[in-house]
Design a protein around this ligand. Structure first.
Ligand code: SF4
Length: 382
């Protein structure tokens, strides 16, 4: 990808918060690296995808089932809430049964943090400034250090400290940055540097600006997310815009898409965001024209059936189906497998070469067969 300088987003008519900052598209930001149960985060490691379970944590079987399903979808790390004694008691068994590293999500309670660390979680999400006395902070950071567990400091525009809110008037990017750095500062005081930071907001522009500030001023790995993004449709769009914008600028080391939906759905969307920026290996990629008055086949029907028939196939193959001869041949010949449709027929392309004519009624079967026979390595070494 060519590198190109783009300006920092300005949220208002005021001068930009970081007036001269520019980012190089396609170049990853350099950060320190932390290890989350064997998954490296930051320091040039592949960007990992996270989700969070939605069961009562004390329901070990239900929680593990969600983790296993997320793992099947390609999830790297799973967060589990530790919000009561029953949840804390269940952590050891969940860690034991989980195929993925587990992050304990803790608010305020240092005992739950200590129990989770003892249960061998891979990371703790906790803001040290919120757990009380220096003695408690010391105990938790010491225990985490002893096991080589990183801490994620998660700041959210909806729960900023009162004094920071009073100072800034309302949740601003600077306010989110200041809150995160307060917790980072506490960790630093105790010599604890294995931290990851998130500065989330439901406001996409605000989270973009806040993450840019942390990225500009520190070398801490960043966990990206738009908080409470919403239902699948809205949440997917908001996350793609917020997380995608930052990733395209080289910012972000691990991501979580928050949806009011099953954890594996969050993973699906997260993986797709990474794929769209060539930050994850490709899966089946299905491209179709939007259709217009020139359309000469039932493209909606063909695509719906193709999507169903190709579900679950994990192959890095790009398929393009175009509805007429205007743009069809060009686009179809750029894909691994392409169809440029004409009246009741399609011209089949394989890696840019015309293979043969196919009847409209056979297009789906022919593509599925081509996908089955497609061998990425062989094709690429040709
Ligand atoms: Fe219209 Fe043909 Fe373009 Fe499809 S490929 S949008 S049918 S012009």
């Amino acid at each position: 990808m060519d590198s190109m300088e783009i300006p920092v987003l300005n949220l208002s008519n005021d001068p930009p918060v970081v007036p001269h900052a520019t980012y190089k598209v396609g170049i990853r930001r350099k950060t320190r690296q932390v290890n989350v149960g064997g998954i490296k985060v930051g320091g040039g490691a592949p960007i990992s995808v996270q989700t969070m379970t939605k069961t009562k944590t004390s329901d070990v079987a239900g929680t593990v089932a969600q983790i296993v399903r997320a793992a099947e979808e390609g999830c790297d790390i799973v967060r589990v809430t530790v919000n009561d004694k029953e949840a804390a008691d269940a952590m050891a068994e969940i860690v034991r049964q989980s195929p993925l590293p587990i992050v304990a999500d803790i608010h305020f309670n240092h005992i739950f943090a200590l129990k989770s660390i003892e249960a061998n979680v891979a990371k703790v999400r906790l803001n040290p400034g919120n757990i009380g006395s220096r003695e408690r902070i010391h105990q938790v950071l010491n225990a985490a250090k002893g096991k080589g567990i990183p801490i994620r400091i998660g700041v959210n525009s909806g729960s900023l400290e009162e004094d920071i809110l009073n100072k800034h008037g309302y949740p601003t990017a600077e306010a989110l940055y200041e809150s995160a750095m307060r917790h980072v500062g506490i960790c630093d005081e105790f010599g604890f540097r294995d931290v990851i930071v998130s500065v989330k907001s439901t406001d996409v522009r605000l989270m973009i600006e806040a993450y840019r500030l942390v990225a500009e001023r520190t070398d801490i790995p960043l966990h990206l997310g738009v908080t409470e993004a919403g239902t699948a449709r809205v949440g997917t769009i908001k996350s793609a815009v917020g997380i995608g914008t930052l990733l395209a600028e080289g910012i972000g080391d691990t991501i979580r898409v928050s949806l009011t939906d099953e954890p594996y759905k969050e993973v699906e969307v997260g993986k797709e965001i990474l794929r769209s920026l060539a930050l994850a290996s490709r899966n089946v990629e299905l491209i179709a024209c939007p259709t217009c008055g020139r359309l000469e086949v039932d493209l909606f029907g063909i695509m719906a059936e193709l999507e169903k028939r190709l579900e679950g196939i994990k192959k890095p193959v790009k398929i393009a189906v175009l509805g007429c001869v205007v743009n069809g041949p060009g686009e179809a010949s750029e894909a691994d497998i392409g169809i440029a449709a004409g009246k009741g027929v399609g011209i089949l392309y394989r890696k840019g070469e015309v293979i043969r004519r196919v009847k409209e009624s056979e297009i789906v079967d022919v593509i599925v067969e081509e996908v089955k026979n497609f061998q990425p390595e062989l094709e690429e070494s040709k």
